[in-house]
Write a protein of this length. Sequence first.
Length: 456
Amino acid sequence: AVVQRRVRGKSASGVVSNIVWNVFTVTETPEETNTDVPIDVTVNEITTFDCTSSASTDAFPYPMRIWSRLREEATKTEFIMAKASGSPAFAYEQNIEYSDLGKFMCHQFNGIGDEKLVKEYSIIFVVKTAVESLTPEPIHQFEYITSVPEVYYVVGDTLKMSCNVTKELEYDIWWQLDEEFFKLKKTNNGEELAFLDTSDEDAALEDKLEVKDKAGWSLKSDDSETSGHETNQTLVVEDYKQDVLNPVNLTAICFLVKPEDLSTVATLKTELERLNLTSRSDPDADDAKKIKMLSVRLFTVIQKPFVKGPLNQIQSEKQNRPIVMNCRTNGLPPAYVYMMFNSNSTADGPINVTEELEKEVKIAQFTRYKIERKSDSLTVMTIYPLKQEDEGYFTCHAINRVTGAENPVLGPDADVYIMEPCSERDEFCFPNKCYLPNNHVFAVWISTLILIISAD
């Protein structure tokens, strides 16, 4: 609209005159669109909320953006911030956390009329569905073999393990242990432990899922700060199988299933078999990530281990052969084995090779070392390629529940010498005929052998 306004002023000659100025009064205001916009967000990532609309870009003066939010369980709207007018940039960015679940709203106001609601964003979290870990808490930490994974218990122990998952809300967490299927079921009392009666596989699953107070069993869930998307469930079973007379091998399983995919008891078993098969045949598939399994070995007696090996070795860098050191043990539960190394070239004292190999950043020397647990009774260390710095002696240590971590059983020291043969016949020579390491003990041993041969 154009409004003519008469004002008094002076001309260049100083004569007072009436001048007509044209003043533009703009009355365009942002429209109230009240657009409910679902927006997919990833937790702990920056999300951009745009408050642009055709009405807001045409309005002048540019409107101020007023951002607020209403959290999911809140009753009052929170003010977030206001962005000043005078710029066509209408975006607002925020690092979204689970506590932000709810609605983000943008109002605009340019001084004309009322505030207008332009956008209303509804947060939808995008979360990968996966069982991240199934981790036991053994009586002693060394009774958990992470490479398998496998955990040892003795009858009467308290079993404890945690299943950590990330998931879309429509997935349920199921467990299986000792042929029992169970989960947390929502009741009037909250979430309670419910067991599945599998006697009739054609029966409706919900009809056979019963809340039951099983002595010593408990299952607790913690997802209070993640809106149900990240859940940690902890299973505790007290005095587990205390009346068992013989060792038992079990499998604990934590897996994710959509309730809509289950109708009968049989469909749950079929889905578990499918996830298990997928995890073995295609570990990178999405379904393979919906299941984790843990071997549980239950022992009825405990026994102190003994240690045999490894043996002394003489090897050559040029012949490009590995050093293979075997450490044989026994014991119940099976012993945890680690290898200690005393170098001939330094005086730093023994180094725990097993511990060094578990570090993300390894000392350069130990990048050539590999330790494998072949069985309950055999652990093998391989060094390849060889270098002079590998010369020294190695000792195999074994611990289990009887010894505790403080009193390991030690095997004999295995001396390792790195030297070169003096001919292509692959024979190591006596002093003064070929290279020998700077090792006094070895030199004395060879000298003594020469004297014995000479005496004969």
